[in-house]
Design a protein around this ligand. Structure first.
Ligand SMILES: NC(=O)c1ccc[n+]([C@@H]2O[C@H](COP(=O)([O-])OP(=O)(O)OC[C@H]3O[C@@H](n4cnc5c(N)ncnc54)[C@H](O)[C@@H]3O)[C@@H](O)[C@H]2O)c1
Length: 295
C-alpha cells in the first residue's frame, strides 16, 4: 500500500538495524527519504537499496547529538524534497552497566544521542511542520523505560523519550503535529551486544516486522492518534499504559514525617505496585499480599 505517497520523511540512525528497515519500507510506501546515520557508509548502503528499488533517498551523515547538525538533517529534507511530513527519531546507542559502576563519559554520550538527539531533531522538524500545518513524529522508545537491570542509563534515556512524546503531543496538537512513540524488539547489532537480549530476541524477530507499525503512525491512516506509546516485539502489538496520578489521594493541611509514615502503614502499603519490566513486587507489598494469599 502506498500510504506515504508524496510525503518526505527523515529517519535518523537509518544505516542499519531498525532504522534501515523503517527507511526502506517508507520508500516502498512512496515516501522520499532522508537516510541519516553517523556511519555514512551504512547510510549509503540503505540509500542505494532504496534507489535500486526505484525509490527516492538522500544521505545525511550528520550526528543528531549536536543541535546545528540535527537542524541540518531537517534542512536537507526541505531542500531536497521541498518539505518534511514525518520524522522517525530512531538513532540510539546502548550499553549495559551495573548502576553504581557506570562510567560518567559513557553516560554523557548516551544521553547526548538518545535524549538530546531526539530533542534537537524533533524540535527542528516541528518548527518546519508547524509552519506548513502538520506532520507526524515517531520517537523510538523502549520497554526498558519501565526499568531494567543493568540498563539504568539507557532505560532513563528512553523514559525521557516517553515523557517528551507525551509533552510534545500536548504542545503540538494545536499545530497539527501528531507525536507517538514505538517500543520495538528486533534482532539488530544492538541486541547482538548482549547475551541476555539475544535470549529474548531470536533471529526470526527481524526489523522488517516492526516497520509496518512505524509506517502506520507516519501515515494519514493514523489520524487522531497522538501521545501514545505502542510496543511491538514482532508478534505482540499493544499500547503501553500511561503513567497516572493514582487513587487514593490523601489530603491534609501539612504532611509531617509521622503522618507520612501512617499514610504508608495504614493506606499505601496495600497500594504499592510491582515495578520494572519484570514486575518485581516491593518487599512491603509482599508482606501485605502473602498473608492474604495463605488465608
Ligand atoms: N533492537 C531492539 O530490540 C530495540 C529495542 C528497543 C529500542 N530500540 C531502539 O531502536 C533504535 C534503533 O536500534 P537498533 O537496534 O537498530 O540499533 P543499531 O545499533 O543496530 O542501529 C543504530 C544506528 O544508529 C546510528 N547512530 C548512533 N548514534 C548516532 C548519532 N549520534 N546520529 C546519527 N546516527 C547515530 C548508528 O550508527 C546505527 O547505525 C534505537 O533508538 C534503540 O534504542 C531497539
Amino acid at each position: 500500500m502506498n500510504t506515504l505517497e508524496g510525503k518526505s520523511i527523515v529517519v535518523t540512525g537509518a544505516g542499519r538495524g531498525l532504522g534501515s528497515a523503517y527507511a526502506i519500507h517508507a520508500a516502498r510506501a512512496g515516501a522520499a527519504v532522508v537516510v541519516n546515520d553517523v556511519d555514512v557508509e551504512c547510510a549509503e548502503r540503505t540509500a542505494s537499496s532504496i534507489l535500486e528499488q526505484g525509490g527516492r533517498a538522500v544521505v545525511s551523515g550528520h550526528t543528531v547529538a549536536v543541535a546545528e547538525q540535527a537542524e541540518a538533517i531537517i534542512d536537507l529534507c526541505v531542500s531536497e524534497f521541498g518539505s518534511i511530513d514525518g520524522l522517525v527519531n530512531n538513532a540510539g546507542v546502548n550499553y549495559e552497566a551495573i548502576s553504581w559502576q557506570d562510567d560518567p563519559a559513557a553516560v554523557r554520550e548516551l544521553v547526548e544521542v538518545n535524549v538530546l538527539g531526539v530533542m534537537y531533531t524533533g524540535s527542528a522538524a516541528a518548527r518546519v511542520m508547524a509552519e506548513r500545518g502538520g506532520g507526524s513524529i515517531v520517537n523510538i522508545a523502549s520497554g526498558a523505560s519501565l526499568g531494567q537491570r543493568k540498563l539504568a542509563t539507557y532505560a532513563a534515556s528512553k523514559g525521557a523519550v516517553a515523557s517528551l512524546t507525551y509533552s510534545w503531543a500536548l504542545d503540538m496538537e494545536e499545530v497539527g503535529i501528531r507525536v507517538n512513540a514505538v517500543c520495538p524488539l528486533a534482532r539488530t547489532r544492538m541486541i547482538l551486544k548482549s547475551e541476555r537480549s539475544m535470549r529474548i530476541c531470536p533471529p526470526e524477530k527481524t526489523p522488517d516486522r516492526i516497520a509496518p507499525l512505524v509506517l502506520f503512525l507516519l501515515s494519514d491512516e493514523s489520524q487522531g492518534i497522538t501521545g501514545q506509546l505502542v510496543r511491538c516485539n514482532g508478534s505482540q502489538l499493544h499500547i503501553v499504559g500511561q503513567p497516572y496520578l493514582k487513587e487514593p489521594i490523601l489530603e491534609r493541611e501539612l504532611w509531617d514525617v509521622d503522618s507520612v509514615r501512617r499514610a504508608f502503614d495504614e493506606v499505601f502499603s496495600a497500594h504499592l505496585e510491582p515495578y520494572g519490566l519484570e514486575k518485581r513486587v516491593p518487599p512491603r507489598l509482599r508482606k501485605w499480599v502473602e498473608p492474604l494469599r495463605s488465608a
